[in-house]
Write a protein that binds this ligand. Structure first.
Ligand SMILES: [Zn+2]
Length: 334
């Protein structure tokens, strides 16, 4: 249920976020205090990049909608410097996504930007200005407006011709860890779930899981690593409805799952169906490998890792005991 809710937020966020003007330009500055910090951040980020953002001539209105904003989380009256945000959605968004939403709308309203739907070769969007119309499963691909990627996205917002960031085409490989540098701290075999406390690891580590994924059912398989309230996750589902299958990689913060990466591909990774995940923390990143192939990297988690959990559940949250985890290994890397 949580996942469906999140997906619909994603979906809603990027539809119809520009509207034709149907009110007159006011020239007034009327920003709800809730949004003021984001507007000030937008001005500051522009200034860092040599752009003076000044609403004294154009005015700016940023307000909550009275009711639901049709099918959007927010929208901008084009040419009107007027942003409207759906209140019920706003309260469900995490801080990163709120910042993203405001920056996207101010991109329309203040920077006169339209939508830009180009992706890097690894299927990550090039711009936070991505939006409707989106094709097919593109609608599920999140924008990783998070961690070390954020700066690039803000650069691109103010300068659409900025060059691609180094993370657009990373060539990490799964190197072998020399003997003596790896200390195995937990192992298990032939189990149907992982729920392991690993006791405050703040150095480098490796999580290695061999499994047969659940197929042909709506049940999701979720791997989390971090702690109970804040962690990274990989959420795999054969069919969650809405024509969506594949997996998300994301971050859970502030009681909200935020997707950072999405792929439909679980059937041909390095020539095989998805059956192996390795998480390697090294060089200040957490790198995700599937079937030995590098997939995605994220900032090193701020908190020590204390929990690794992987289980398959149905839509009611009941455990699916048919998940086959053939091998689990957690190691510290010294
Ligand atoms: Zn838009």
């Amino acid at each position: 249920m949580k996942k469906l809710l999140f997906l619909s937020i994603l979906f809603l966020t990027f539809q119809n976020c520009r509207k034709n003007p149907d009110i007159g330009a006011s020239g007034e500055y009327l920003v709800d205090p809730v949004f003021e910090p984001y507007v000030q951040e937008f001005i500051a980020e522009g200034a860092k990049r040599g752009q003076t953002i000044d609403f004294s001539d154009s005015g700016l209105i940023v307000e909550f909608s009275d009711g639901s904003v049709q099918t959007a989380s927010g929208f901008c009256y084009v040419g009107e410097h007027h942003v409207v945000i759906d209140k019920s959605e706003w309260t469900s968004l995490s801080e990163d996504v709120r910042g993203f939403l405001l920056f996207h709308e101010l991109g329309h309203c203040e920077l006169d930007r339209g939508h830009k739907n180009e992706k890097f070769s690894n299927d990550v969007w090039q711009s936070i200005m991505r939006g409707s119309p989106l094709q097919g499963t593109e609608v599920w691909i999140p924008i990783p407006f998070f961690g070390f990627r954020k700066d690039y996205f803000i650069d691109e917002l103010f300068n659409p011709s900025v060059s691609a960031p180094s993370w657009a085409n990373p060539n990490f490989t799964l190197t072998s860890i020399p003997d003596g540098e790896k200390e195995v701290v937990q192992t298990a075999e032939n189990i149907n779930r992982i729920n392991e406390r690993v006791g405050g690891i703040d150095g480098d580590y490796e999580i290695k899981i061999d499994f047969n994924r659940i197929k042909e059912r709506t049940n999701r398989t979720k791997l989390i690593w971090g702690n109970t309230t804040q962690h990274y996750y990989i959420d795999i589902f054969p069919d969650q409805g809405f024509n969506v299958s594949g997996y998300f990689i994301g971050v859970r913060k502030e009681d909200s799952d935020n997707g950072l990466f999405y792929s439909t591909n679980t059937i041909n990774i390095n020539g095989e169906e998805l059956n192996n995940i390795i998480i390697r923390r090294e060089d200040g990143f957490e790198k995700v490998f599937m079937n030995g192939e590098f997939i995605f990297h994220i900032d090193q988690q701020e908190m020590p890792i204390s929990l690794v959990k992987m289980e398959a559940t149905n839509s009611a949250g009941m455990l699916d005991p048919e998940l086959e985890i053939n091998g689990f290994e957690f190691s510290k890397i010294n």
